[in-house]
Design a protein around this ligand. Structure first.
Ligand SMILES: Nc1ncnc2c1ncn2[C@@H]1O[C@H](COP(=O)(O)OP(=O)(O)OP(=O)(O)O)[C@@H](O)[C@H]1O
Length: 326
């Protein structure tokens, strides 16, 4: 469904230095990314701010052209066959709506039908199905601008799926939604993936979305793929570790103790990752002997901790379940 091979996207950033001088700096937003997504998969695409996620999505959907590398979506080159591809994929950007602001939702969805040239009977059936699944009934006749964020997002999802695309690309679809709206959107996505076999690529900062929906995750960092594998595999990495949070009497250099080094330092507070094999009691005793410690707490590392470590460039966590770019 998606084949990306060594895809690069660079931009030229223009900035002004002095009154008249302008400088042009190259910026590599996506730096040789390779991955494939098979039909029917539900893949999470994660990474810190500025990692290159949106740029990848824009290339996948043909909005941007890759500087080099090969990209195929539904067997097509997205930037050359953008219109043909648009009839086969659905795209939702959580921060922007594709609906007509002043029109009632129903009219927006009718216009989408014309845009994608969906046959009337197929449209009726799909419209009824999506209206029921996304519970759009109560606000179908409300202008889009009067909809709540959650209602609008459900409308956007319907618009992206009316033409029954093979691939759905989502960029932060649950951003700003309350717990109930999030649950509705997640249930819906799970259903269309399981029942219709729609392939889904989901970009989100919400780890709840990922944990609930994605068996596989791709993690991009500084434009490079840092992890491609099963979420379970990441979890196993998590289960193996605990975090020791140490508050010293005063700030100091990163603590090193029996081969364990603080991975994060914020003023007097330091974070040490303990492998399962380490004896916490011995480490704590040694710490208090060598350092002036005000407070210590030990906690199980969560998936957020592993992602944070990955994002910070901790190579110990770069354990691809599948081959990734070095
Ligand atoms: N049109 C552009 N011109 C110049 N630089 C750009 C452009 N679009 C993106 N960038 C830069 O490319 C890098 C990747 O940006 P991108 O929007 O893909 O990140 P992201 O992973 O989607 O981040 P976020 O999670 O914050 O949305 C950033 O450094 C960004 O400033």
């Amino acid at each position: 469904m998606i084949e990306a091979e060594n895809v690069v996207k660079s931009f030229t950033v223009r900035s002004r230095s002095g009154l008249l001088r302008r400088t042009r700096t190259p910026l590599v937003a996506v730096d040789g990314v390779s991955f494939t997504v098979a039909k029917g998969e539900f893949v999470g695409y994660l990474g810190p701010n500025g990692a290159g996620k949106s740029t990848t999505i824009k290339m996948l959907t043909g909005i941007l052209t890759a500087s080099s590398g090969t990209l195929r979506v539904c067997g097509l080159d997205p930037s050359r066959r953008r219109t043909t591809l648009a009839r086969r994929i659905g795209v939702v950007f959580g921060q922007r709506t594709t609906l007509w602001w002043d029109l009632p939702l129903r009219d927006s969805l009718t216009l989408v039908r014309r845009l994608y040239r969906v046959e009337a009977a197929a449209h009726r059936e799909r419209f009824a199905e999506l209206t029921a699944l996304l519970e759009l009934g109560p606000f179908l006749d409300t202008p889009v601008r009067q909809l709540s964020l959650g209602q609008r997002m459900r409308g956007d999802l319907a618009a992206a799926l009316l033409h029954d695309p093979e691939l759905l690309v989502l960029d932060e679809p649950t951003i700003g939604l309350d717990v109930v709206s999030k649950a509705t959107v997640r249930d819906f996505l799970e259903r269309i993936n399981a029942e219709r076999g729609t392939t889904i690529l989901l970009t989100t900062h919400d780890l709840g979305d990922i944990e609930r929906l994605c068996r596989r995750v791709l993690i991009i960092d500084h434009g490079r793929l840092a992890y491609d594998g099963a979420l379970d595999e990441l979890r196993r990495t998590v289960d193996a570790d605990r975090l020791l949070v140490v508050e010293l009497e005063r700030p100091g250099p990163p603590i090193t103790l029996d081969g364990i080094q603080a991975e994060r330092v914020e003023g007097p507070r330091q974070w040490l990752r303990l492998p399962r094999s380490a004896n916490a009691a011995t480490v704590v005793a040694e710490l208090t002997r060598v350092h002036q410690v005000r407070d210590i707490s030990l906690r199980e590392a969560g998936i957020e901790d592993v992602l944070a470590a990955l994002y910070r460039g901790d190579r110990a966590y770069r354990r691809p379940g599948r081959p990734v770019a070095p």
